[in-house]
Design a protein around this ligand. Structure first.
Ligand SMILES: NC(=O)c1ccc[n+]([C@@H]2O[C@H](COP(=O)([O-])OP(=O)(O)OC[C@H]3O[C@@H](n4cnc5c(N)ncnc54)[C@H](OP(=O)(O)O)[C@@H]3O)[C@@H](O)[C@H]2O)c1
Length: 193
């Protein structure tokens, strides 16, 4: 069965990036190969991924400044309402609007492997609101930023499945439950709870 995971690093105060999209605070943190939430183990199970355009443009800028090649072998959906350039040789599929058809296409492309929601937080929320998010895996860096790009700008209940340490990070894996119980009682939830 395909699992849809929002797998990301965050600051302790819940930001994915600075207000100016810098990840310098993240990239300088020590990590251990094979530690909790290991990227190598995670990515081996991923068959398709999806990201928003800010994240995609960060990756493009990173590739341009470092000379590195596109990171992913698997098909990558980029959500955008704009016309953006693809990376030559990379399997990048631009999409806009609702995430339900994107999810369908990703499941077909992943061929039994899992889906990765790379971010940002609102995009993960779009999948969650549609009842299409199964798990959230976070690596919490020992940093606070005070402001920036939010991890998940919604009100949800999660169930803690697992925790661990990896270098400077605390890792946690959660099952997505649904809207906050207090909101669900107000009757604004139509997906699986
Ligand atoms: N800490 C980490 O591990 C981590 C992980 C992921 C990302 N990041 C960083 O966090 C930041 C995230 O940026 P962000 O919060 O702006 O989120 P984002 O999801 O990367 O980008 C948001 C943009 O994507 C487009 N979009 C999203 N959903 C769409 C839809 N359904 N249809 C059409 N377009 C859609 C919209 O832009 P347009 O329509 O104008 O294109 C929207 O403004 C980035 O700096 C990224 O590098 C960090």
């Amino acid at each position: 069965m395909t699992t849809v995971r929002y797998y990301t690093a965050t600051t302790l105060d819940g930001f994915l990036a600075d207000p100016d999209d810098s990840l310098d605070w993240l990239l300088r943190q020590p990590q251990e190969d094979g530690g909790f939430g290991s990227y190598a183990e995670f990515i081996a199970g991923v068959g398709a991924l999806v990201m928003g355009s800010t994240t995609y443009e960060w990756v493009l800028a990173h590739l341009a400044s470092t000379g590195e090649a596109w990171f992913y072998d698997m098909p990558t959906w980029v959500m955008t309402s704009r016309r953006l350039d693809a990376v030559p040789g990379a399997d990048i599929r631009f999409a806009s609007g609702g995430v339900v058809p994107v999810h369908e296409q990703m499941v077909a492309a992943a061929d039994g492997r899992d889906l990765w929601i790379v971010g940002g937080g609102d995009l993960a929320g779009q999948f969650a609101d549609a009842g299409l998010l199964d798990e959230i895996v976070v690596s919490i860096a020992p940093v606070t930023l005070g402001s920036g790009r939010p991890l998940l700008p919604r009100r949800y209940d999660l169930a803690l499945l697992d925790t661990g340490r990896n270098g400077a990070f605390i890792g946690a894996r959660y099952r997505f439950v649904g809207p906050l119980a207090e909101d669900r009682s107000a009757g604004d939830w139509s997906g699986p709870g």
